[in-house]
Design a protein around this ligand. Structure first.
Ligand code: HEM
Length: 463
């Protein structure tokens, strides 16, 4: 039934849809194709054909867990050599998914989150120290670079008691460089068929092996350091849970090999996408002085008289949270997720799918469908997330954290961290973007603004 689904014009035998395809921007190419081809379309690279879902109605239908489930394919499958049966890359049927999910989920409940708050504040203080220096020197800050330092330190310290020392170095930590290498490699593997990979990606593949070895080595050191500590058994962080906790019903534990996979998974999934989300939000705040002023006014009011916000104070920043949601609507930093049919079914009542058939949901197009979001979906407007507007929209059309049983386990963690940091930054600085800057988005499975810098000035109210 693929024949009824449109594809780009000018398909080339053997090669597929090469026109308009750029290996370094597959997501943005797909956005363009969605605009001309509609809510469902297909693209072919060599022999591999992928169905994309870009419309809100079809995307919402794929959220039906009784008919669809996560599909481990493309970029996610390509990360299996690094992340194995870790939570993000596990197949639905692998027993380690449920085991790790049940052991780790309490690491994200309210009590656990409240415990991470103190460490999140400490890391944010390192960021503002650095930004104060830049401000005094009149030098612009590198937003994605510094947000990555912040989010890596946050997940490393809260989850694993580890300090990468990111703020003590100018360049990214080698862990980040190796991670970006493996993500970019996994993205490139999407368009190169397995049979041609040894030929076309020989050099890249060798570098990827070195990157993976570095990630493994780093993680093994983090785990060894914890094992060497005399076991306090306080179950305070994710690593404690991985090492010490048995499944409440079966008594089973994670194996050493699986723990290695989970630590890599959480160090990567736990910082890269949050860093992008913070960066896009800061870009839009700098671009929209009215939004910035309103968000600053909220922070000043809600956190008035407090040196440091308490855990409960973060969720009170309702408007700032809408700014974050609106940024994740336009640029969901994990830009797609794949869904497979659990049984023979019809997508949207019109596209037959056999059991096991799958499609890729293009999240940012689901988020920009005028049917769900109104006539001007490209405009940045946080008021789309005020409660009345949310109630007036169909369900399942906002999915930056994926959907169903395999949705993001770190959602609350990311939202708390990002809202806290944005609140602290807006309370302290005015943001001045370069008026010449045009948003460019770099892709490495995740999305990140490229070349985004901001100038800062300390706000008078704080002196
Ligand atoms: C899964 C997005 C932050 C850990 C996912 C998925 C999405 C996502 C879309 C589902 C992927 C799929 O269906 O294939 C995001 C975004 C974040 C974020 C946009 C930040 C703004 C985090 C954080 C952590 C985390 C902070 C950990 C502390 C995970 C894990 C999974 C996951 C472990 C796999 C869950 C499972 O399959 O059981 N995330 N995430 N993420 N995320 Fe996040």
């Amino acid at each position: 039934e693929l024949r009824r689904i449109p594809h780009p014009p000018g398909r080339v035998p053997l090669l597929g849809d090469v026109f308009g395809a750029n290996v370094s921007t597959p997501v943005q190419d797909s956005m363009r194709f969605a605009r001309s081809l509609g809510p469902i379309f297909r693209r072919k690279a060599f022999t591999k054909e992928i169905v994309f879902v870009a419309g809100a109605r079809l995307g919402a239908d794929m959220a039906d867990e009784s008919r669809f489930a996560k599909h481990v394919g493309l970029g996610v499958a390509n990360l299996r050599p690094v992340a194995g049966d870790g939570l993000f890359t596990a197949y639905n049927h692998e027993p380690n998914w449920q085991l790790a999910h049940d052991i780790l989920a309490p690491g994200f409940n309210r009590d656990a989150m409240a415990g991470y708050h103190r460490l999140m504040l400490d890391v944010a203080a390192r960021l503002t120290e650095r930004w104060d220096e830049r401000e005094r020197a009149g030098v612009a800050v590198d937003v994605p670079g510094d947000m990555t330092k912040l989010t890596l330190e946050t997940i490393a310290r809260t989850g694993f008691g580890h300090d990468f020392g990111s703020f003590e170095r100018e360049r990214p930590h080698p862990f980040v460089t190796a991670m970006v290498g493996t993500l970019a490699f996994a993205q490139r593997r999407n368009v190169v068929p397995g049979a041609l990979a040894p030929l076309l990606l020989r050099e890249a593949s060798r570098r990827n092996d070195a990157d993976m070895a570095y990630l493994n080595r780093t993680v093994d050191e983090v785990v060894a350091a914890r094992r060497a500590e005399s076991g306090g058994g306080e179950l305070n962080d994710l690593l404690d849970r991985m090492l010490e906790v048995a499944h409440p019903e079966t008594g089973e534990r994670l194996t050493a090999e699986n723990i290695r996979r989970q630590v890599i998974t959480f160090l990567v999934a736990g910082h890269e996408t949050t860093s992008g989300a913070l960066s896009f939000a800061l870009h839009y705040l700098a671009r929209h002085p009215d939004v910035l002023a309103r968000a600053q006014d909220e922070v000043d009011r809600v956190w008035a008289g407090k040196d440091e916000p308490a855990y409960e104070d973060v969720a009170k920043l309702r408007y700032l949270r809408r700014v974050l949601d609106e940024s994740l609507r336009l640029w969901p930093t994990a830009p797609a997720f794949a869904r497979e049919a659990r049984q023979d079914t019809e997508l949207g009542g019109e596209h037959p799918m056999r059991r096991g058939a799958w499609a890729l949901v293009l999240t940012m197009m689901l988020h920009r469908d005028p049917e769900a979001w109104g006539p001007d979906p490209e405009a940045f407007d946080p008021d789309r997330f005020d409660p009345k507007a949310v109630r007036s929209r169909p369900a399942h059309v906002f999915k930056p954290f994926g959907t169903g049983a395999r949705a993001c386990i770190g959602r609350q963690f990311a939202l708390h961290e990002a809202t806290l940091v944005l609140g602290l930054l807006l309370r302290r600085y005015d943001l001045h973007g370069d008026p010449e800057y045009r948003l460019r988005v770099a892709e490495r499975l995740t999305l990140m603004p490229e070349g985004l810098t901001l100038n800062l000035s300390r706000r008078a109210t704080l002196d």
